[in-house]
Design a protein around this ligand. Structure first.
Ligand code: NAP
Length: 521
């Protein structure tokens, strides 16, 4: 069994006390153990802030982008090992592990490229100067300065690879040192990636620290002007928000939480039309991929009332062909949930939804391939439907292969239903009607972080409802947490502070090239 150590203050350190055990969710075998108990977190955080921060700030954006390039190379070199770990610890088939692992490498490489195009400056200008006095005698220029604190990442279990690097890439490019605390259940993959990057000596001392195991004391070790980026459930986010450092506003928080995302079929679409077929394909893909354990997965499907039965049949027919079980078996298309505890969560969430919906396709009776149902956390997909959807169907996030179909009578009702998720990460619209697509984009953008339009000419080219591309903003308002990540270079904003510099215009012109000697905090 592997012992996952913590990487703090430039050293690998084992935690004390009784460690948590990481399991293979298909066989139940114990794989690794992790503990963060007994670490001197304030000292570890100070090392990251002072040592890592100073070293990163001494570099330009382009030099830090070059470091990211090397990180991407290191991760690519160990790709096969990461797939083995994901298979064992997350129970995912190759295609699902790729979303996490290749998604991570792609995102780091993307930010390396973007960063290489940034000016050789130590900070970023935000627009040009605006006059404040007559005759242009005095003006203001806005600037983005890299934060001098550290960024603590607390991540969810479903993306141990991408979840780290989609945050780390913009943070490191900004010159901000990071401390990553992965979810314990799948921390092995994060640990291995950090270990490979540390071994390769790519990043300066203190730029990257790792805490594996419990989260006790993490928030207490934060200092004013540090940053906290959290991905996980809305309940945990609420606990973090109640911590004194966050209540006082000393620490800036970005939270990515639950989301009951929707897919909407346009009023023009009928059975057999490209929009209809694409929606069906996409819903099935989203239910199958990572066994529905994606924060962006489709949970609700809104269709014209006249198409309700046809959509139910078409989705059910494709769900029936999904083989579920041990991801090591060549015939298996859908692996496991992350743990038995997560299987129990999904089953109890499904029971809640069933109180308000009919079962249109029931995966419960499906035999597992090469997996013992008494041990494995495997579960076949279930499609529910309700002709009069109650609030519980809009508010319950079941983090597994479950979605609910609901009919709408007109587009106003379709948009109103989607908005009942109280703020979501993504909605996708399938239609050949430009008005419906444009109106849907406007109606839903206020309550959704991303609106994904799929018209017939984009049926092949579109990037997928649930795929988070680094070019596009990821996050959502309301219950989705209110956070914003990615979106190209916009991601750097969280790791910078915007300020207004006022002065005479000739003095302001000298701002971009300024280089400050390192000074004590
Ligand atoms: P979770 O139980 O909220 O845990 C998330 C992280 O928070 C883990 O690292 C966990 O550590 C840590 N944590 C738990 N309690 C804490 C506390 N009191 N103080 C500090 N840290 C604490 O979520 P999960 O079960 O891992 O992930 C599933 C959820 O994440 C779903 O609701 C999903 O929608 C959401 N999610 C959202 C996004 C997004 O981008 N919006 C992406 C992925 C997942 P331990 O593992 O050690 O308990």
């Amino acid at each position: 069994m592997h012992l996952l150590q913590n990487y703090v203050a430039g050293q690998w350190r084992a935690g004390q006390g009784q460690p948590a055990t990481l399991h293979d969710p298909v066989t139940g075998a114990a794989l690794a153990s992790a503990s963060s108990a007994g670490l001197d977190l304030p000292a570890a955080f100070a090392w990251a802030r002072e040592r890592g921060g100073a070293a990163l700030r001494a570099l330009t954006y382009a030099q830090r982008a070059a470091l990211l390039s090397r990180v991407a190379e290191v991760l690519s070199a160990h790709r096969d090992k990461y797939f083995d770990i994901a298979l064992a610890n997350s129970g995912t088939v190759q295609a699902d592990s790729a979303i996490d692992i290749d998604g991570a490498i792609y995102t780091v490489a993307y930010y390396a490229k973007q960063g290489a195009r940034l000016a050789e400056d130590a900070w970023r200008m935000d627009g040009t100067a605006d006059p404040l006095a007559r005759d242009d005698a005095y003006a203001v220029r806005h600037v983005w300065t890299p934060a001098r604190g550290l960024a603590l990442f607390i991540n969810a279990f479903n993306f141990p690879a991408w979840g780290l690097w989609e945050k780390a890439a913009p943070a490191l490019l900004s010159g901000v040192p990071i401390v990553i605390k992965p979810a314990t259940a799948t921390a092995w993959l994060t640990h291995e990636m950090v270990s490979d990057v540390v071994k390769a000596g790519v990043l300066p001392d203190g730029a990257l620290s790792l805490i594996c195991g419990g989260s006790a004391g993490l928030l207490d070790a934060l200092r004013p002007l540090d940053l906290l980026s959290f991905t996980g459930s809305a309940d945990t986010a609420a606990q973090l928000r109640a911590h004194p450092a966050l209540l006082r506003g000393d620490v800036r928080l970005n939270a990515e939480t639950d989301s009951v995302n929707s897919a909407l079929l346009g009023p023009d679409a009928v059975a057999g039309s490209p929009a209809f077929d694409t929606l069906v394909r996409e819903v099935v893909r989203e239910m199958r991929a990572k066994s529905g354990q994606k924060c962006t997965a489709i949970r609700r499907i809104m269709v014209p009332a006249g198409q309700y039965d046809a959509v139910a049949q078409a989705i059910s027919a494709q769900l029936a062909r999904i083989t579920v079980g041990n991801p090591r078996h060549a015939d298996v298309k859908m692996g496991s949930l992350v743990s038995r505890a997560q299987l129990d969560n999904v089953q109890s969430g499904l029971a809640v939804l069933r109180t308000a919906a009919d079962v249109l396709f029931d995966g419960a009776g499906q035999a597992l391939i090469d997996a013992d149902p008494a041990v494995a956390a495997c579960m076949a997909p279930t499609l529910l439907g309700s002709r009069q959807p109650q609030a519980v169907l809009h508010h319950t996030e079941v983090f597994g292969p479950v979605a609910t179909l609901m009919p709408y009578r007109d587009t106003a009702q379709a948009f109103a239903l989607a908005r009942q998720g109280d703020g979501s990460l993504v909605a996708s619209l399938y239609s050949d009607d430009s008005d419906f697509l444009a109106q849907g984009a406007q109606a839903l953008s206020e309550s959704h972080g991303r609106v994904h339009l799929v018209s017939p000419e984009a049926a092949k080219a579109h990037t997928g409802h649930g795929n988070v591309m680094p070019q596009a903003l990821h996050g959502g308002p309301g219950r989705a947490g209110g956070g914003q990540e990615l979106g190209g270079l916009r991601a750097l904003d969280f790791y910078h502070r915007r300020s207004a510099i006022q002065g005479a215009p000739p003095r302001l012109q000298a701002l971009p090239e300024a280089r400050v000697p390192e000074f004590a905090a």
